[in-house]
Design a protein around this ligand. Structure first.
Ligand code: SF4
Length: 414
C-alpha cells in the first residue's frame, strides 16, 4: 500500500471491519496516537494489520530506501562498577576478562579490522572506576586527529554523567569539553526502560530515566544529536514500553535532537536473569512496528540485526524499520550475552540483505546523507566532509602501530 490517496483509501478499506480501524484512521490522517492506542497495538492479535500500518507509515516517510552505514565499534574498557543485572559484557575491576585500552591502544584498535571505508566510530564502554577525566577528552582528541572525516558517535548519557562526575564538572561542561575535543553525536544506550520499577530490577545503580532524559536534553541544547534506545523483553509491561515511547516523543517535541530510535532485544544469557526467555521473532517485529507508529516525530526506527538476526532484520524492513544500523565491525556487547550473529557484515553483505528485503540500499552517513564512494569503494564524501579535497596519504602518523594496510586509504589519509 502506498501513501498516495489511493493507497490511503486501500489502507482504510483493509481496516474497515477491524478493531484497529480507529488507529488506522489516525495513521492515515497523520494524527498522533494516544497512550491507549499504544497499549492496543501491543495487545492486538492482528499482527498482519499492525505490520501493514507500520509499513504504510515507513514507506510514506522513506519510500523504498533501506538505510545503513559502515561503522566500527570501539569499546575502550569493559571495566564497570555499576553491576547492572541486564549486562553480560562488563567486568568488575579485578575480575578475569577485564581490559582497558590506553588512548594510543584505542586509536590503534579503531584503525584495525576495517573491511570497508568506515564513516562512523561507535564508542561506548563501562563506567571505569579510576580513569581520569583527561582520558575521555584525550581519546576524543586523538581519534579526531587520526580520523578527521569519521563521525565520532561517542558516550551514552550514562557515561556522560559518569565522565562529568569523574572530572568534578557539570554535565554541561563535560559535554562541551568532549564536543570541543571531537565528539560529534551520542549513541542511545542506557535508556533501557525509563520506568523506575523496571530500572530497580535490571539496572538499579544506573542513572534514573529522568536523569537520562535530562542529559539528552543538555546534549541537544548544545547541538549534539543523540540516539535513543528501548530495552524490551526483560521484566517490563506493555504499559512500561508505551510510557517509554511517549517520554521519548515528548522529548523530541521539545528538542528535535534524536536522530534515530533503536529497540534493543534483551538477551538473557550471561546476565543476572538467565531464567528469562528472550523475546520471539514476532515480538521483535511487534516492538519495531508499534515504535514506528508511536514515534511520529522521529524519522528513523532501526532494526538492529546483531540482536534480532539478519533474517528477521530483513523482514523488519517491511514492518516499520527503515534502517539496519550499520555493518558493525567488532560488536562485542550483545555477543557477550549470547548473540549468534556475525560480529560484522561487509558492505556487500549489507546491501544484499537490504535488496533481499525488497528495499533499495542507501548507504548513509551520520546525518542520513548519502555516502559517495569511488568505483573501488573508497569514500569520497561523507559526514559533510569532502575526501577528494584532502588528498590521500597511506602512512599512519609516527608513533602509532601500523594498521595502514587494513585501513581504507580514503579514511586513513584524510
Ligand atoms: S550496562 Fe553499562 S553501566 Fe551497566 S554494567 Fe554494563 S557497562 Fe556498566
Amino acid at each position: 500500500m502506498t501513501s498516495s490517496p489511493e493507497g490511503v483509501d486501500r489502507l482504510l478499506e483493509r481496516f474497515a471491519s477491524s478493531p484497529l480501524a480507529p488507529i488506522a484512521r489516525k495513521v492515515a490522517g497523520k494524527e498522533r496516537l494516544s497512550f491507549e492506542d499504544g497499549l492496543a497495538l501491543f495487545a492486538t492479535r492482528d499482527l498482519h494489520g499492525l505490520f501493514a500500518l507500520a509499513n504504510f507509515d515507513r514507506e510514506r516517510r522513506h519510500g523504498n530506501a533501506g538505510y545503513y552505514n559502515v561503522n566500527r565499534y570501539l569499546n575502550p574498557t569493559n571495566l564497570c562498577w555499576v553491576d547492572c543485572g541486564l549486562c553480560a559484557w562488563a567486568r568488575r575491576p579485578g575480575v578475569e576478562g577485564g581490559y582497558t585500552m590506553a588512548v594510543e591502544e584505542a586509536v590503534s584498535e579503531a584503525a584495525s579490522g576495517w573491511h570497508d571505508g568506515v564513516t562512523e566510530l561507535h564508542i561506548v564502554g563501562g563506567l571505569h572506576p579510576t580513569l581520569p577525566y583527561s582520558y575521555y577528552v584525550d581519546l576524543m582528541s586523538a581519534l579526531r586527529s587520526r580520523f578527521p572525516g569519521v563521525h565520532l558517535k561517542a558516550w551514552t548519557m550514562v557515561e556522560l554523567d559518569w565522565i562529568a562526575r569523574v572530572g568534578k564538572k557539570t554535565v554541561a561542561e563535560a559535554i562541551a569539553d568532549l564536543k570541543a575535543a571531537g565528539m560529534d553525536s551520542c549513541p542511545g544506550g542506557g535508556a533501557e526502560i525509563f520506568e523506575k520499577r523496571v530500572r530497580n530490577v535490571i539496572c538499579a545503580n544506573k542513572i534514573t530515566g529522568e536523569e537520562w532524559l535530562q542529559i539528552a536534553r543538555e546534549c541537544h541544547r548544545q547541538g549534539v544529536k543523540t540516539n535513543v534506545t528501548m530495552l524490551y523483553g526483560s521484566v517490563e509491561t506493555a504499559a512500561d514500553r508505551v510510557d517509554h515511547l511517549v517520554r521519548i516523543r515528548e522529548m523530541q517535541d521539545e528538542t528535535g535532537g534524536f536522530l534515530g530510535f533503536i529497540p534493543l532485544a534483551f538477551h538473557p544469557e550471561g546476565t543476572q536473569f538467565p531464567h528469562l526467555l528472550a523475546a520471539g521473532g514476532l515480538e521483535d517485529l511487534r516492538v519495531i512496528a508499534v515504535s514506528r507508529l508511536m514515534l511520529d516525530n522521529l524519522d528513523h526506527v532501526k532494526a538492529y540485526w546483531v540482536q534480532i538476526g539478519e533474517k528477521l532484520a530483513e523482514v523488519a524492513l517491511q514492518t516499520g524499520a527503515d534502517d539496519l544500523v550499520g555493518t558493525v565491525t567488532e560488536e562485542t556487547i550483545t555477543h557477550a550475552a549470547g548473540a549468534r550473529t556475525e560480529t560484522g557484515l561487509s558492505r556487500l553483505q549489507m546491501e544484499k540483505l537490504i535488496r533481499d528485503s525488497g528495499r533499495e540500499p542507501f548507504e548513509r552517513d551520520a546525518f542520513y546523507e548519502r555516502v559517495v564512494r569511488d568505483p573501488d569503494g573508497r569514500v569520497l564524501r561523507a559526514n559533510r566532509h569532502d575526501f577528494t579535497a584532502t588528498g590521500r596519504i597511506a602512512a599512519p602518523p609516527a608513533g602509532l602501530p601500523s594498521h595502514s594496510s587494513e585501513i581504507d586509504p580514503a579514511i586513513a589519509s584524510s
